[in-house]
Design a protein. Structure first.
Length: 254
C-alpha cells in the first residue's frame, strides 16, 4: 500500500477499469501506464508497482513465529499413511491476512509451503471480484486462489476479529495506510486498545501480529504494549520514493 505521495509519475491519462459504490463508499480500479491502482473515496491506496513491503509483512510474521516456536515445532517428514490411520495434525502455522488489496501478501504467502492455512478477510466485494474469474488483478493471485490452503472471506476485519471463534498463529494487517492514516473513520477502532485486544483474541498464545504502515508510529508501539503485547518492534522497508514503509511486530503472550 502506498501513500498519495508515492504515486509513480506517468504521462498517460489513467483509465478507469471499474468504479463501484461499495459498503464504505466509492471504490475504483484504474490502469495508469503499466500499473493497476486502487482508489477508495478518492484516496490512493495501493498499486502493482512494487509489493516488497507487503511481502515483507508476511515474511516478518513467519520469521517471528519461527524464532519463538521453532524448537517446539520440529519438521515432520512425509510418510505413507494407511487408510485407517487418522490424518496427523499439521504442525505448520496458520495465517490471517486483513485486506486483499492487489494481492501481494496473499500471493507471497501462498507461494510459501510453510503456511498450513491462509485466510484473507476483505470487506469490498469489488476487490474480491477483480481477483476472480479472469478479473484485472487475477494474474497476480490466480495461483494463490486455486491453492486449497487459501480462503477468501467477504467481511469487515473489525467485525471478523470481534465475532470469529477461529484462532491463528499470525495476523497480518494491511487494511489502511497505517494506524495513523485509516481509509475510513470506523477503522480507527482496529488500532485502539479494544481493537488490539480483539486482534489478540484471534491469535493463539505466542501468536504474532504484524501491521503494515506507510510511516513509523511510535505512539502505536505504545498502544501495542498497553494492550498487552510483548516483543514490540518496528522494521523499516526502504521504498523507491519517500519515507520507508514499516511493519510493526508484536507477540501475544503465551
Amino acid at each position: 500500500m502506498l501513500t498519495p505521495y508515492d504515486i509513480p509519475d506517468h504521462p498517460e491519462t489513467p483509465e478507469v477499469l471499474d468504479r463501484r459504490e461499495g459498503p464504505h463508499g466509492e471504490i475504483v480500479l484504474r490502469r495508469h501506464g503499466g500499473l493497476l491502482q486502487i482508489i477508495a473515496n478518492g484516496c490512493f491506496l495501493m498499486d502493482t508497482s512494487d509489493g516488497r513491503s507487503e511481502r515483507r509483512l508476511v515474511d516478518a510474521a513467519l520469521e517471528a513465529l519461527n524464532a519463538l516456536h521453532a524448537p517446539d515445532l520440529p519438521h515432520v517428514p512425509h510418510s505413507p499413511r494407511a487408510p485407517h490411520e487418522p490424518r496427523p495434525l499439521d504442525p505448520r502455522p496458520t495465517l490471517l491476512i486483513g485486506g486483499l488489496g492487489v494481492g501481494f501478501s496473499l500471493a507471497h504467502a501462498a507461494a510459501d509451503p510453510r503456511w498450513a492455512r491462509i485466510t484473507v478477510v476483505e470487506r469490498e466485494p469489488a476487490v474480491i471480484d477483480w481477483h476472480r474469474d479472469g478479473g484485472p488483478l487475477s494474474a497476480l493471485t490466480s495461483t494463490a486462489l486455486a491453492d486449497p490452503r487459501t480462503e477468501i472471506l467477504k467481511n469487515d476485519l473489525v467485525a471478523f476479529v470481534n465475532e470469529t471463534c477461529d484462532t491463528f498463529d499470525a495476523l497480518c494487517l494491511d487494511v489502511d495506510n497505517g494506524p495513523d492514516w485509516t481509509v475510513t473513520d470506523d477503522n480507527d477502532s482496529l488500532y485502539s486498545p479494544a481493537g488490539l485486544a480483539s486482534c489478540a483474541r484471534v491469535l493463539r498464545p505466542g501468536g504474532v501480529l504484524a501491521v503494515w504502515s506507510a510511516q513509523p508510529s511510535p505512539e502505536f508501539e505504545g498502544t501495542l504494549r498497553n494492550a498487552g503485547f510483548q516483543q514490540v518492534r518496528t522494521e523499516e522497508i526502504p521504498v523507491a520514493r519517500g519515507v520507508p514503509d514499516v511493519v510493526h511486530l508484536a507477540v501475544r503472550p503465551g
